[in-house]
Design a protein around this ligand. Structure first.
Ligand code: NAD
Ligand code: MN
Length: 499
């Protein structure tokens, strides 16, 4: 199977043919040492592009450019409304190039282009626009102070929310363009400058976004994009002494390392990490409705979603019927390359990820789970993995405890609500959960007991620009989106004037 180039837009083809460079200080540059790596199409295992393999010298140049842009020049002189206008322009450009961006994402990541268009690209544009609105609405407070020690003076006291400075942003491969927007939006709205490092599996949409950032008219150095690996390029960004704030989305394992390195110099740090989100069906849900909800929770984006509903808790009396209905939905997906129009599930992002997911499924079966359907797909090329349903593993099994990050759900029966609450909370993660029922009282009693940053009721995986997103426990530190994100992109300065 080769890449179906006949399905590509002329703009996508032209982008693939342009040489790939990093954006540093407004210039498109190769890595200082000339090194490159190949980004592949996970559906065909064909090379898509050679991309610069940035390392610490490139990170250093990018951080210097970001510092310069932050401290002096046109960006530092811009008013909030100028920053708003630039973000709105960038959102318009993302929208104007949406079909091309969706194809780039489908090729580089594997996901269906229709989904990339409707979710990744549309949401990225809408998020940049939402963040543009915040640029003019961030403000401090005026305070009426008492100062008991000095009664003979009066004081004018207020706080300012000042941009934290140079932001180092490291993003994963599951929603490459959207994760770039999640980092750039609040940074640019608040007046920060950025060095962005995309994942090595999916660097291409960030580079196309970089072209649009230049086209939008951002001054040189405000956004820098350095492609490269995690251990050298990413680690160099986290360790750089002139990066004021680190924002990371990815695995809990790497997130801990990133957080520890940032803490060495007390850099600001926020972490959006893994999850093992429970989906809790109450007994008023029919097996059909429960299966439809569970499928939505786990199979979206090939299951490569940090909030994926990967543990399905079912009332014992509905267990068999629901598992059967869910397997029916799972077997109905059409696996194929993301750019093919009838694909409903693409490949996993890489051979490594496919192997990881296959390893978990095998371990689950060894631990006692029943493989109801799914497993690695039997294709000669491409990292395809069939939607997989496991039934009935012990709570201690790795498939119940660890993030799989693939289209694999483990269905587990329960008898009592109190029991299921404890089991749902019984992993190191706390990113999200969903509860499904139309019994208002039971739902409202359950929601406060679930330890997760987001609890959905009768839906799953739905996010909104205005809704804070982040994790309890080992799913992260800090919140993204909404007003809440600005806590992490600004410093509060208190000003007291004796008058
Ligand atoms: P990862 O955490 O290694 O990669 C995420 C990002 O971190 C990439 O840009 C990578 O280059 C960078 N990185 C890696 N090592 C680094 C280091 N030492 N210092 C700084 N940056 C570093 O994730 P992965 O290896 O691609 O995937 C492994 C597992 O992580 C997946 O199976 C999944 O469970 C989880 N994951 C979670 C998310 C999420 O959204 N929460 C996203 C991707 C992967
Ligand atoms: Mn790729």
């Amino acid at each position: 199977m080769n890449i179906r180039t006949d399905l590509l837009l002329p703009a996508t083809r032209a982008f693939l043919q342009r040489p790939k460079r990093m954006l540093i200080g407004g210039q498109w540059v190769a890595a200082a040492d000339g090194a490159v790596f190949v980004s592949e199409d996970p559906a065909t295992e064909s090379p898509l592009a050679e991309v610069p393999a940035g390392k610490s010298a490139d990170i250093d140049a990018a951080v210097q450019a970001a510092r310069h842009a932050f401290a002096q020049g046109p960006w530092a002189a811009m008013r909030p409304s100028d920053r708003e206008r630039l973000l709105l322009r960038l959102a318009d450009l993302v929208e104007a190039n949406a079909d091309e961006l969706a194809q780039i994402e489908a090729l580089d990541n594997g996901k269906p282009a229709s989904m990339a268009r409707a979710v990744d690209v549309a949401t990225a544009a809408s998020f940049l626009r939402y963040m543009g609105g915040w640029a003019t609405k961030l403000h401090g407070e005026s305070l009426d102070v008492s100062v008991p020690l000095v009664r003979e003076r009066e004081f004018v006291t207020f706080t300012r929310q000042e941009a934290v400075g140079v932001v180092g942003a490291i993003i994963p491969w599951n929603f490459p363009l959207l994760m770039a927007a999640w980092k750039l939006g609040p940074a640019l709205a608040s007046g920060c400058t950025v060095v962005l490092k995309p994942a090595e599996e999916t660097p291409l949409s960030a580079l196309r976004l970089g072209e649009l950032i230049v086209e939008a008219g951002y001054p040189a150095g405000v956004v820098n994009i350095v492609t490269g690996g995690g251990a050298d390029c990413g680690a160099a960004l986290v360790a750089h002494p002139d990066v004021d704030k680190v924002t990371f989305t990815g695995s809990t394992e790497v997130g801990k390392r990133v957080g520890t390195a940032a803490m060495q110099r007390l850099a600001r740090v926020t972490l959006e990490l893994g999850g093992k989100s429970p989906v809790i069906m109450l007994d008023d849900m029919s097996p059909e409705a429960a299966a439809a909800g569970a499928a939505q929770a786990i199979f979206f984006n090939q299951g490569q979603v940090c909030t994926a509903g990967s543990r399905l808790y079912l009332p014992r009396r509905h267990f068999d019927a629901t598992v059967e209905a869910l397997a029916g939905i799972a077997n109905g997906f059409r696996l194929g390359a993301g750019i093919e129009p009838d694909t409903t599930m693409g490949p996993l992002v890489s051979a490594r990820q496919r192997q990881r997911v296959a390893g978990y499924v095998q371990a689950g079966v060894e631990d006692g789970a029943t493989l109801v359907c799914g497993g690695p797909a039997d294709t000669s090329r491409g990292h395809f993995f069939r939607p997989t349903v496991l039934a009935g593993a012990p709570d201690s099994a790795s498939v119940v405890q660890e993030e799989i990050f693939g289209p694999v759900v483990v269905a587990l029966p329960y008898d009592e609500i109190d029991e299921v609450v404890g089991r749902a909370n019984g992993t190191p993660f706390g990113l999200a959960a969903s509860v499904w029922s139309n019994d208002l009282s039971r739902v409202h009693r359950l929601v406060p007991r679930i330890k997760a940053g987001t609890v959905w009721v009768n839906c799953h995986n739905l996010l909104d620009n205005a809704m804070p997103f982040g994790g309890f426990k080992q799913s992260g530190i800090g919140r993204e989106m909404g007003r809440a994100v600005f806590e992490h992109y600004t410093e509060t300065k208190s000003v007291m004037i004796a008058v």
